[in-house]
Write a protein that binds this ligand. Sequence first.
Ligand code: 5AD
Ligand code: SF4
Length: 450
Amino acid sequence: MTGTNLKRLHVITWGCQMNVYDSGRMADVLAPLGYGPAAEPDGADMVILNTCHIRDKAAEKVFSELGRLRRLKEATGGRMILAVAGCVAQAEGAEILARAPYVDIVLGPQTYHRLPEMVARASRAGGAVIETDFPPEDKFDHLPESATPQGVTAFLTIQEGCDKFCSFCVVPYTRGAETSRPVAAVLREARHLVAQGAREITLLGQNVNAWHGEAPDGSHWGLGRLLREMAEIPGLLRLRYATSHPREMTDELVAAHRDIPALMPFLHLPIQSGADRILAAMNRKHTADDYRRIIGRLRDARPDLALSSDFIVGHPGETEADFDATMALVRDIGFAQAYSFKYSPRPGTPAAGADVQVAEADKDRRLQALQALLRNQQARFGAGCVGLDLPVLFTGPGRHPGQIAGRSLFLQPVHVIGMPSLIGHETTVRIVASHPNSLAGTLIQEKQIA
Ligand code: 5AD
Ligand code: SF4
C-alpha cells in the first residue's frame, strides 16, 4: 500500500470514545482497499464524518460541516467520496441525503464492516448509498484486527447499545439493543493491542458494566471476571472501563476493584441527578441513596478510588429543590472530576415531549452553580495530589521541549521533564503542582518500574 496506489482517507470524529474507537476501525477496514491516513480533508480521496447525536444542535452542526466539506469535494472535481457515519447518520440518514445530495455514503454504527462494499457501490452507481439498518451479523466478526497501533493507552469496545431507555437519551435508538462481544474475541484483541505497544486498555461500552459473555469453559462471565482475566495479560499494566450504569455495579465488579491492582482507582459512574423525583422521571431505576450506597461499597473495596460522573440540569420537571438535591449529592460524594450538561431535548425521546420543560435561564444558572462546585472539587482533588509520589504511565512527548506527558492513576495528565525513552513505561513521579486540568511533577527514580 505504498506509492501510486495509496488513497488518502481523512476521518473527522465527534463525540464519545466509542466514536474514536469506531473511527479507527473504519480506517482499518478501508486499509486493504489502499486507503492510508490523510491529516487534512483537503484533497483527500475520502472523508468520513463520524457524528454524535447526544446533545446540542447535532444535526445543524453536521449540515454546516457538510457545507464546508462540499467545497473541498468540488475542489477535487467531485472525486472525493464523502461519508457520514455515527449516530446522526443513524437517526437522520434520509434527511442527510435529501439536504446534502453530494454525500455519497450514509452509514449507521452497526454497519462499519460493510464500508468497503459501500465504497465500491458508491463509486460504481454514482448514486448515494445508505445503510442504517441493524444487520443480523455482528460487525465485530467482520472487522479486521486493527492495523494502526493506538499507542500506549488504547480503547477496546466490548459492549454496544443500551436497553435502559433513560427518558432523555437517544442512545437506545441510535446504537440499538445491548450486545456484548464474546470473551475470546475481547481477549484476542486485547493481546493484539498489547503486542502493538498498549500498556493501558480502557474497555468501552455505552453500558460497559452490563457486558456479559460465555467463557471458553462454558461458564458465564460478567465484567468483573473479564477484568480478572485481562489483568493476566503479560505487559498490560493498567485497566479501566467506561461508561457504567449504577444498576450494573455487581458484587463481583466491586470485588474486582479490591482484588485487581491493575484496575485503576478511578471510576466514571454517571448519576445524572441527585433528586429521586427526577431520577424516577429519567427512568434511571435507582435512587440517590442507592448511588451513595454503591459508592460506599466501592470505597470500602478500594479506599483511594476517585470518582467521576455525568449530570444533567434542567431535565423536564426539575425544580429548584431537585437541583439542590443534586448539589447536596455532589457535596456528599466529592468528585475528582465530572461532566455536566444542560438538558437538551432529543427528537423521539420521551422527555422531549414532556410539557414541563425548564426555562433556559434556569438551566443556565443551575449549570453554572453546579460547574463551579465541580471545578472546586476537581481543584481540591488535584491539590491533594501535590506532594504525593504517584505512578505515572508515560504516553508521549509533552508540550514543551524536554517534557514528557503521562497519566496518573486517576487519569490526570501529568507533565515532567524526562527522557522520551520513558514513554510506554510507568514510573513514580513526585507531584509538585496542580493546574486546573493537569499535574506537574518530577521524576524521583530514573529506574522504571515496569
Ligand atoms: N441532554 C443533556 N445531556 C445528555 N446526556 C445524554 N443525553 C442528554 C440530553 N438529552 C448526557 C448524560 C450522559 C452523557 C453521555 O451525556 O449525562 O451520561
Ligand atoms: Fe443513555 Fe441511559 Fe443508556 Fe446511558 S443508560 S446510554 S444515559 S439510555
